[in-house]
Design a protein around this ligand. Structure first.
Ligand code: PLP
Length: 387
């Protein structure tokens, strides 16, 4: 008689079901490090997943959806938006190369360039955020391998003529990478304008609820897709299926949320533009902005993130203003459903081409609240700053 297997053994193998799953609206959250292969011959067949680190059903579904959003052939996921940017740079740069970076780049991307790229023998040079495309290409040397753009730029929201820069770069054999987080892959499609690599922090608008980190890099070029793949494997990056599920859930409502936040943001921006304590509103979608024509030509809409300059006042007055706000959280990040405010001046010191600014810079993330309430809150808060 066959001996009954012990509970130890039974329980290790218990509960596996092979039936196909009931179809739900969202993808299954497939958790797995080990992937079970059918036959020994499959163990080293690299044409299919043999290990979970690179992502299984949930991550693949998200990557596929992002590919549709960005009209990209290849999308890779990373544990954060910063990791997406550093991965894209690492995938294409090598010792002896030079990279040209906009001065308005997200500060941690700059820190990576300073601390890591330099250490590995890559020369990093910064240029003014609004430098004309011809002048930017004029900075290139035979060693220039990559141009890194961010448009609108972090905190100060300067726009770049991305199609022109991409076109000129390509004609010189220089690759282009953009941090497209403000547009969330939705309002602006860099790959359709000749950019080689489009990165974004999904943590912002795609996640949309300020509770999960992830980043993506999209490309149409198979060679760059392969270089990104290799970078993912070489560095050992992995994203969790639970987080990928949340990102995919956020993606469903992205257009509705960003449209509402963008529209409210424009109303708030217009109210600030007329305020006596406000020197200037920095918002490319606001008519009268120096970048308005570029935004109108290239973008299908606006996000709800913008900044403004106060009339000159001491830092304590800026803090008093921020502390008095009732509807704006004080905090980093943006793209969530809730409004946030941030004093920017402590972050601007690293910039090399920062134009003299009239007064302190404040950034607002406009969320889903009623814009009339936000406008009242800001007007009351500005009243705490003496004229
Ligand atoms: C927040 C942000 C990032 C980094 O995203 P994380 O997911 O927080 O790492 C990159 N670029 C821009 C423009 C950002 O605002």
């Amino acid at each position: 008689m066959k001996r009954r297997r012990s509970a130890f053994t039974e329980l290790v193998g218990a509960g596996h079901r092979d039936e196909t799953l009931a179809r739900t609206v969202g993808p299954p959250v497939q958790k797995g490090s080990t992937v079970l292969l059918d036959r020994a011959a499959d163990l080293y067949d690299e044409s299919r997943p043999t290990y979970g680190r690179g992502g299984l059903a949930t991550q693949q579904t998200l990557a596929h959806a992002l590919g549709q959003l960005e009209s990209a052939e290849h999308v890779r996921l990373f544990p954060s938006g910063l990791a997406a940017m550093t991965a894209a740079m690492t995938a294409v740069l090598r010792a002896g190369d030079e990279v040209l970076v906009t001065d308005a780049i997200y500060k941690p991307t700059r820190r990576f360039s300073e601390r890591v790229l330099r250490r590995f023998g890559v020369e990093v040079r910064y240029h003014p955020a609004r430098l004309e495309p011809e002048a930017l290409i004029g900075l290139a040397t035979p060693r220039t391998k990559l141009i890194v753009m961010e448009s609108p730029g972090s905190l100060s929201l300067e726009m770049q003529d991305v199609p022109a820069i991409a076109h000129l770069a390509r004609s010189r054999g220089i690759l282009t990478l953009i941090d497209n987080t403000w547009a969330a892959g939705l309002l602006f499609k860099p790959l359709e304008h000749g950019v080689d690599l489009s990165a974004q922090s999904l943590t912002k608008y795609v996640g949309g609820h300020s509770d999960v980190f992830m980043g993506s890099v999209a490309t149409r070029d198979p060679g760059l897709g392969k270089a990104l793949d290799e970078t993912v494997w070489d560095f050992g990056w992995s994203v969790s299926p639970d987080d990928a599920y949340l990102m995919l859930r956020g993606l469903r409502t992205l257009p509705a949320r960003i449209a509402r936040c963008g529209e409210s943001g424009l109303q708030v921006a217009a109210s600030l533009a007329g305020h006596p304590r406000v020197a200037e509103v920095l918002h490319p979608a606001l008519p009268g902005s120096p970048d308005h024509a570029l935004w109108k030509r290239d973008f299908a809409g606006t996000a709800g993130l913008f900044s403004f300059l106060l009339e000159p006042c001491p830092p304590e007055a800026v803090d008093r203003f921020l502390d008095s706000l009732e509807l704006f959280g004080l905090g980093f990040s943006w793209g969530g459903f809730e409004s946030l405010a941030l004093a920017c001046d402590p972050q601007l010191g690293v910039r090399l081409h920062e134009p003299p600014r009239r007064g302190p810079l404040v950034r607002l993330n406009i969320g889903l609240e009623d814009p009339a309430d936000l406008i009242d809150d800001l007007a009351r808060g500005l009243g705490t700053i003496e004229g």
